[in-house]
Design a protein around this ligand. Structure first.
Ligand code: AMP
Length: 283
């Protein structure tokens, strides 16, 4: 496995690999890797001859009072995990490599970027779209793998790929969970043992909505109410949002008729967690 730090090194490494082994699969990450990330790597390995992962804690997607400085950085352990999965190239740039001094070019997917996490994290999706566009230009993958755990991110990036004509397929992979249902996240390591238990309320709320949907309820307000009742039982959790939206546009739906994204974000102590499920089927 090659670990490369610069754009030039990455292009050189991939030029040789691409010629020999065909399709390039790409898994962008911020490191602090867990089984969720590794599931993306495995999907990429299964579908592509060459697999590239990136490890970059992207400053532009963090707000001024967010956890950029304390975001977990576990580079050596991450590389060992990626090597064991058979990754070919790890791109791990410094901030200056991705954002040269005075960088003023950003990618904004208007409208959709202001929904879900975009409301409480203004500028977050602008930072995500910008860094992913840069990474796509550098790596030039045939397929790029993202987690459904960040469903709004998937929606924003699908729009960006379509509208900026990136010649790649964006593959969304299912959310990987701990045995008790908690969605895996690099931020879970911030949680104390007590908070780790309290955090289960997010999944319980989503389960309550899924059950009510399965029982025949289609009214979005009634479904949401079922989730809110569960959240109310865990006073340690402070709800940011619980929404039923279109998975493509992230716009609120009134009725869960077709495929509906149920997305939740809540604070448990000082940690902001997100989770989601999709209910209904494609019409
Ligand atoms: P991050 O390092 O948090 O930026 O995540 C890198 C990629 O891994 C993103 O596409 C995430 O959606 C994905 N990811 C994070 N957690 C999970 C999970 N529990 N299951 C599946 N994918 C995940």
């Amino acid at each position: 496995m090659q670990v490369v730090r610069t754009v030039a090194e990455t292009r050189a490494a991939l030029w040789a690999l691409r010629a020999g082994q065909g399709t390039v699969g790409f898994v962008p990450t911020m490191g602090a890797l867990h089984e969720g990330h590794l599931s993306l790597v495995r999907a990429a390995k299964a579908g592509c001859g060459v697999v590239v992962a990136s490890i970059f804690v992207n400053p532009t997607q963090f707000g001024p009072n967010e956890d950029f400085a304390k975001y977990p950085r576990t580079f050596e352990a991450d590389c060992a995990l990626l090597e064991a999965e058979g990754v070919d190239v790890v791109f791990a740039p410094q901030v200056e490599e991705m954002y040269p001094e005075g960088a003023a070019t950003f990618v904004e997917v208007e409208g959709i970027s202001d929904r879900l996490d975009g409301v409480s994290r203004p500028g977050h999706f602008r930072g995500v779209a910008t860094v992913v566009a840069k990474l796509f230009h550098i790596v030039q993958p045939d397929r790029a793998y993202f987690g459904q755990k960040d469903a709004a991110q998937v929606a924003v990036l699908r729009r960006m790929v379509r509208e900026l004509h990136f010649p790649l397929e964006l593959v969304a992979c299912p959310t990987v969970r701990e045995a008790d249902g908690l969605a895996m996240s690099s931020r879970n390591r911030y949680l104390s043992a007590e908070e780790r238990q309290q955090a289960l309320v997010l999944k319980r709320a989503l389960d309550a909505i899924t059950e009510k949907y399965a029982a025949g309820e289609r009214d979005a307000a009634a479904l949401r109410e079922a989730g809110l009742r569960v959240i109310a039982q865990e006073p340690a959790a402070k709800l940011d949002y619980l929404k039923l939206v279109s998975p493509l546009t992230l716009e609120d739906v009134q009725h869960a008729e077709g495929e509906t994204l149920v997305a939740i974000a809540a604070w448990v102590g000082a940690t902001r967690l997100i989770d989601n499920v999709v209910i209904g089927s494609r019409v």
